[in-house]
Ligand binder design. Structure first.
Ligand code: NDP
Length: 237
């Protein structure tokens, strides 16, 4: 296990699901960890009590609130931009405001947070954005808007990798497939359909995604940048 003692880590959207697993993983490896949340105050407080991480309420859709939290954490070693929302359904019926909110959280926020983090990030820092295999493959109807947000992440990490590479900072996306969380429960109504697209027919555990984040954040991953790390049980194969 990489040792992150002395490392300054910020997880955006860490109160539940994949983000909470990432908070636990970095704390277990000794890092100083802060995480943001929007609405899940109780879950955030419980996770802070459990792990000793610092919980900060900040809505990623509010650019000023977001960038001021990132700036306030000082010189980061690792930022994991995990906060995301999912709006699915017939595009003819979807609430356009809900779609725009998803674009704010899934696209605008990662860009502004990554740039703000890079302003004062330590050399050899790590910027990790949680994208989705749906950036590559959207095999059923109703996911166009979500897929567009995750495809946007792909272009962003490729570009920012070139912007910050001279400081040894790497910028990568992790692209999970179906992963057990409130957003996508392993026992949910879509589970069987999703498993039908996969070589390994189960949801991932959030801890499996967190393990990949810890690898990308560690010293052995310094040459991995501008990349899309897919962890999807073969969903996109
Ligand atoms: P959950 O819905 O279980 O958790 C989402 C987390 O993001 C919560 O901690 C939530 O905090 C936070 N969050 C949501 N909106 C905001 C906001 N506006 N500001 C700050 N924090 C926010 O989702 P998952 O853990 O499943 O998903 C995490 C990431 O992984 C997302 O980017 C998602 O798109 C991606 N992903 C998930 C997959 C899956 O199958 N689960 C597959 C592929 C990608 P709060 O509750 O306080 O609002």
């Amino acid at each position: 296990m990489n040792d992150f003692t002395g490392k300054n880590v910020l997880v955006l959207g860490g109160s539940r699901g994949i983000g909470a697993a990432i908070v636990r993983r970095f704390r277990a490896a000794g890092a100083a960890v802060a995480f943001t949340y929007a609405g899940s105050r109780d879950a955030a407080a419980a996770l802070a009590d459990e792990t000793g991480a610092t919980a900060i309420q900040a809505n990623s859709a509010d650019r000023d609130a977001l960038t001021s939290v990132v700036a306030g954490r000082g010189a980061l070693d690792v930022i994991v931009i995990n906060a995301g929302t999912l709006v699915m359904g017939n595009p003819l019926d979807l609430d356009p405001d809900a779609v725009d909110h998803m674009i704010d959280v899934n696209v605008r926020a990662p860009y502004h947070a990554a740039v703000e983090a890079a302003r004062r990030m330590n050399a050899d820092g790590r910027i990790i954005v949680i994208g989705s295999v749906n950036g590559d493959r959207m095999p059923f109807a109703g996911g166009a808007a979500y897929a567009l947000t995750k495809s946007a992440v792909q272009g962003m990490v490729r570009g920012l990798a070139r912007d910050f590479g001279d400081r040894g900072i790497t910028v990568n996306a992790i692209q999970p497939g179906p992963t057990d969380s409130d957003m996508n429960p392993a026992e949910g109504p879509m589970a069987a359909t999703m498993h039908s697209f996969m070589a390994i027919k189960r949801h991932a555990r959030p801890e499996e995604i967190a393990e990949l984040a810890a690898y990308l954040a560690g010293p052995h991953a310094g040459m991995i940048t501008g990349s899309l790390q897919t962890i999807d049980g073969g969903f996109g194969a």
